[in-house]
Design a protein around this ligand. Structure first.
Ligand SMILES: Nc1nc2c(ncn2[C@@H]2O[C@H](COP(=O)(O)OP(=O)(O)OP(=O)(O)O)[C@@H](O)[C@H]2O)c(=O)[nH]1
Length: 462
């Protein structure tokens, strides 16, 4: 479907005067994702001291993963504490984080931990302790009442407000200076697109194909040029998305297993909390696996969500073997007929190699226990980190079979162009977007509605 078909469809569905409030959305109820920092996956900034520590930790971890994978049981010995955090540092500024990470976080208790992963029963939210504030999701609403379709639509519209106004304002500024189509026009267009986070590659492709198009369509007025730009963007976006499946792949029978990966602070835990609430509301029996045993407080944070959502959780001791938690969780999911198992993973280990080894180990366990699991490996990316998020995604994609993206904090960025860059450069479907910190702030992603939301008001349709 071309751009103008999308706009005509929306126009037909919605009275023109009411357009602003009505980005017709898919009604996938919500749950959501979220926050913070961007992580730079790189070894840059690491000192030689770190480098040697990092390599020591790599060796250590690979021997651990080998022994653990050959005889996987809940009791696994492993290197617990981080040796060096240089490679996977979480922050929007790679250098800042690399240097803070440069202080070698110590040592590493090479502990042997017998992991008796514990299973917490769900606790009614009325019985939640007050001290959950702070770690807990900030949403106040009950997870059992689904928001109405109308509320959902408004939320989606509000969540995209920044991107829409930011993108629109940039395009408008650009067009305000428009005199005629010449080389300066294309240079400015490329700058504008790169600023909007559509990615260098997409900006160049777009500018190249516009050269032809503007001539062909004989576009002269601002509105004509604007329409051609937007229509071309949508065409390229749709082309790059051929064959993508925007839906979650569910198991034909038995538990569906969904693994969440991504750097610290991208919003994995929050997304799981939101998605668990969503599935619970749909009547599914949901189990969470707290396999981020490395970050202090990560298990507690997920536990708070489990209690709040009224779903069960499998946890292990801090610094314990995450693979053991996964093993216990998948066993429980099979034995007790859970519909969905969500696996939270660490965003940062000693280094990138260790992180990827850990993820691979967890996947092996899941596949051994349920042959087509994990059914999804969702990479959680923080939209506010722009190109940094894209670079992380490339690294994760190289080392893990990522099947889709959850793009969080879309409410916090004025540069929604990242959605174009993800599709164009990664060829991975964005399956859900996080539009806030609350439990209902997760939306199933609909590409044409997103595009409509970005450009409405900028396109004139007959
Ligand atoms: N505004 C906004 N905030 C979000 C969204 N998703 C998550 N957050 C916030 O982002 C912060 C980090 O989220 P987490 O879920 O802890 O991130 P994580 O990836 O699990 O981080 P680690 O547990 O450290 O690996 C929290 O403060 C969330 O409330 C979103 O869609 N919008």
């Amino acid at each position: 479907m071309g751009l103008f078909d999308i706009f005509r469809r929306h126009k037909k569905e919605t009275p023109a005067s009411d357009h602003a409030a009505s980005t017709s959305l898919t009604t996938a109820a919500s749950a959501s994702a979220s926050t913070t920092v961007a992580a730079s996956l790189s070894t840059s900034g690491s000192t030689s001291q770190q480098a040697s520590v990092a390599s020591a930790s790599t060796e250590r971890s690979s021997s651990v993963s080998q022994s653990a994978s050959s005889s996987l049981s809940t009791s696994v010995s492993q290197a617990a504490a981080p040796l060096s955090q240089s490679s996977l540092s979480a922050s929007t500024s790679g250098l800042a984080s690399a240097s803070s990470a440069a202080s070698l976080s110590t040592v590493a208790a090479h502990q042997s931990t017998t992991l008796a992963a514990s299973v917490s029963p769900a606790v009614p939210s009325s019985e939640l302790p007050d001290e959950t504030a702070g770690q807990a999701p900030s949403g106040e609403e009950s997870t059992t009442t689904a928001p109405s379709e109308d509320q959902q639509e408004k939320k989606y519209d509000r969540g995209l407000e920044k991107s829409r106004t930011g993108f629109g304002a940039r395009l408008n500024r650009f067009l305000a200076n428009f005199r005629h189509v010449d080389e300066d026009f294309f240079d400015d267009l490329e700058d504008m697109l790169i600023e909007s986070d559509v990615g260098y590659d997409m900006a160049m492709k777009l500018s190249d194909s516009l050269r032809e198009e503007v001539k062909l369509e004989n576009a002269k007025s601002k509105q004509e040029v604007s329409n051609v730009i937007i229509e071309k963007m949508v065409d390229l976006y749709e082309e790059a998305g051929q064959g993508e499946n925007p839906d979650l792949r569910m198991a034909a029978e038995g538990p569906t297993v969904i693994m969440f990966v991504g750097v610290n602070g991208a919003g994995k835990t929050t997304t799981i909390g939101k998605m668990a609430a969503l599935f619970k509301r749909q009547g599914k029996k949901v189990l969470l696996a707290a396999a981020d045993t490395f970050r202090a407080g990560a298990t507690e944070q997920l536990d708070v969500w489990a209690q709040r959502d009224g779903v069960d959780i499998v946890t292990g001791p801090e610094n314990g073997d995450p693979a053991a938690v996964v093993f216990d969780a998948v066993q429980k999911a099979k034995r007790e007929d859970y519909d969905v198992l969500f696996v939270d993973t660490a965003g940062r280990l000693q280094n990138k190699v260790n992180l990827m080894n850990e993820l691979a180990k967890m996947k092996r366990i899941l596949t051994r226990e349920i042959p087509d699991a994990p059914h999804e490996v969702l990479l959680v990316l923080d939209a506010t980190t722009g190109q940094n998020a894209l670079n992380q995604a490339k690294l994760f994609k190289q080392s893990t079979d990522v099947t889709g993206i959850v793009l969080t904090k879309l409410d916090g960025t004025a540069r929604g162009g990242i959605v174009f860059a993800i599709r164009n450069e990664l060829h991975l479907p964005v399956k859900y977007v996080g539009l806030g910190e609350k439990v209902d702030d997760l939306q199933k992603f609909n590409a044409s509605d997103f595009v409509y939301g970005l450009f409405k008001g900028l396109v004139e349709v007959d």
